[in-house]
Ligand binder design. Structure first.
Ligand code: CP
Length: 324
């Protein structure tokens, strides 16, 4: 049985196989008929207990481009709001013949529980669990960096080696940061986290990256700068930084962007809060890859579904992570 629960589970070979497969899938998007018959007759369920725009839509687009049947489940408006458990929801999906379940959940570890419970037989793909991981986001980010910084034909041994990636903002609540630290370091990059001291997780010194509290110092030595949203919904209101104080020290505006090397890129997983972590001038600039990241997300999710459900690759992601 094969699942994608955590970027930390991926070996370099696994990650490169997914990135290379995504390059093949991106070619499908350039064709007049953007569909492959690969997953005809298979059913992919999007099981979303938390809000999403990009991830849910791009998994749906990816599954449809591979000719799978797609069932979209949103906890809002479902029997979850009447108190139904994850187990009973999963058993319902199993009864409907789900071959893959793409799950987003507010609880860290929910995808791992689903993958190891025996409630369902299908593959489980983590689409973001609490503050734990968001592995397909990290994969699409790495794919975008590889295309922009290395070139689409980057091969094993060259992937992001020595590239300097800076991730800025609310690291404490960010599953995107955690997945990116694991994946980017696996691919040979050097990651620096920049955040206010109150938004750095306890135990970060055990992560394979550096931590800085000064964005201005780090920018000149960054090949890519990934800005993160402050996740107010996961914070006690008393700890909200004010917009003005946060953006003065940790926001990216045109003046700060000018400190980056000429070819360096600005990334954001979305959703962006313009005026807080990023100004409109930066978000709309040619150096910002946010829309490209969304397009690349479809190719990555096609690759993941293909490798888990229909592919014959030798090293598709296979090991569920330990409980988070
Ligand atoms: N980046 C990301 O996960 O966006 P959504 O929350 O809109 O899916």
């Amino acid at each position: 049985k094969r699942h994608l629960i955590s970027a930390a589970d991926l070996t370099r070979d696994d990650a490169v196989l997914i990135l290379d497969t995504a390059e093949e899938m991106a070619r499908v998007a350039d064709r007049p008929i953007k569909k492959l018959p690969t997953l005809r007759g298979r059913t992919v369920v999007n099981l979303f207990f938390e809000d999403s725009t990009r991830t849910r839509i791009s998994f749906e687009a990816a599954a449809k481009r591979l000719s799978a049947d797609v069932i979209n489940f949103s906890a809002k408006g479902s029997s979850v709001s009447k108190g139904e458990s994850l187990k009973d929801t999963a058993l319902t999906l199993e009864a409907m013949g789900a071959d893959a379940v793409v799950i987003r959940h507010g609880a860290s570890g929910a995808p791992y529980r689903l993958a190891t419970s025996g409630w369902i037989d299908g593959a489980v793909v983590n689409a973001g669990d609490g503050t734990h991981e968001h592995p397909t986001q990290a994969l699409l980010d790495a794919f975008t960096m590889r295309r922009r910084l290395v070139g689409a034909d980057a091969g094993l041994g060259k992937d992001l080696d020595g590239r300097r990636i800076t991730i800025v903002g609310d690291i404490l609540h960010s599953r995107v940061a955690r997945s990116n630290v694991h994946l980017l370091t696996t691919l040979g990059a050097h990651v620096t986290l920049v955040a206010p001291p109150t938004l750095v997780p306890v135990g970060v010194e055990q992560w394979p990256c550096d931590v800085s509290y000064s964005l201005d110092k780090v920018l000149p030595a960054s090949d890519a700068v990934m800005m993160l949203r402050v996740q107010r919904e996961r914070m006690n209101a008393a700890y909200f930084p004010t917009e003005r104080e946060y953006s003065r020290r940790y926001g990216l505006d045109g003046e700060r962007m000018a400190k980056m090397p000429e070819d360096a890129i600005v990334m954001h997983p979305g959703p962006m809060v313009r005026g807080m972590e990023i100004t409109a001038e930066v978000a709309d600039s040619d150096r910002c890859t946010v829309v490209e990241q969304v397009a690349n997300g479809v190719s990555i999710r096609m690759a993941v579904l293909y490798l888990l459900l229909g592919g014959s690759g030798p090293a598709a992601p296979s090991h569920p992570s330990p409980a988070a």
